[in-house]
Design a protein around this ligand. Structure first.
Ligand SMILES: Cc1cc2nc3c(=O)[nH]c(=O)nc-3n(C[C@H](O)[C@H](O)[C@H](O)COP(=O)(O)O)c2cc1C
Length: 199
């Protein structure tokens, strides 16, 4: 089953074919090399003034970090994410090294996560980002210091068949068409709302 993006012109296959499954193979173990590649991809992301405001908590299925991150997910996400090989919590420093509030920490951290998700695809894996979790639970479980804020949890693993999902609603979402707002309603030039001319 192809989940590839329908684009007006070809884009890099890693980008076109990336998608966020909920059905993960519960027996698949991510190798040390794959995991290291994901983390290096995030580490080498760009950030404002190269501050690198991100930190990551990395759990592998079966270990204590994974369990604590999984415990912090909202119920809906717990129904499917526990089959992923790895659960990663992305955390951002809310202040710059000089103590002033950072206006870009969330942007920077999201960019690092984007690189991680694309590298996951390059490793033959899939990633699924989640905002549905309780940040305070992560903060408490890991003793995250003041000034650091958990932003997202990312499930990574090998995609499995949609039929393996536990209920019909999840199965239907897994195979539904992937959609995006049109280019003309997203990219403007000359004035707000005026589509950029792509020829
Ligand atoms: C910041 C963020 C938070 C998200 N939160 C959740 C979530 O809590 N649960 C979930 O099932 N999917 C979540 N998603 C996945 C999106 O629903 C998904 O990326 C979107 O529908 C587009 O699908 P695609 O990634 O397959 O292209 C989240 C994605 C992002 C980027």
């Amino acid at each position: 089953m192809s989940r590839s993006a329908v684009t007006s012109t070809p884009v890099h296959p890693l980008l076109a074919e990336r998608w966020s499954p909920r059905s993960f193979d519960p027996s698949y173990e991510v190798t040390d090399g794959q995991l290291a590649a994901l983390l290096e991809a995030a580490r080498w992301s760009a950030s404002a003034n190269n501050v690198q405001p991100w930190r990551f908590l990395v759990g592998r299925r079966g270990d204590e970090t994974y369990k604590a991150v999984h415990d912090a997910l909202i119920g809906f996400n717990q129904t499917w994410a526990g089959n992923a090989s790895v659960l990663i919590a992305a955390v951002a420093a809310e202040r710059r090294p000089d103590g002033t509030p950072s206006a870009t920490a969330q942007y920077d951290t999201g960019l690092a996560v984007a690189q991680l998700t694309v590298q996951a695809h390059a490793e033959g894996l899939h990633a699924h980002q989640m905002g549905g979790f309780l940040p305070d639970r992560i903060t408490a479980a890991f003793g995250i210091p003041e000034g650091f804020r958990p932003l997202a949890v990312i499930a990574v693993g090998a995609v499995a068949e949609a039929t393996a999902l536990p209920d019909e609603k999840l199965r239907a979402r897994e195979t539904a068409d992937r959609v995006r707002r049109p280019l003309t309603e997203t990219f403007f030039a000359g004035g707000w709302g005026t589509p950029v001319d792509l020829g």
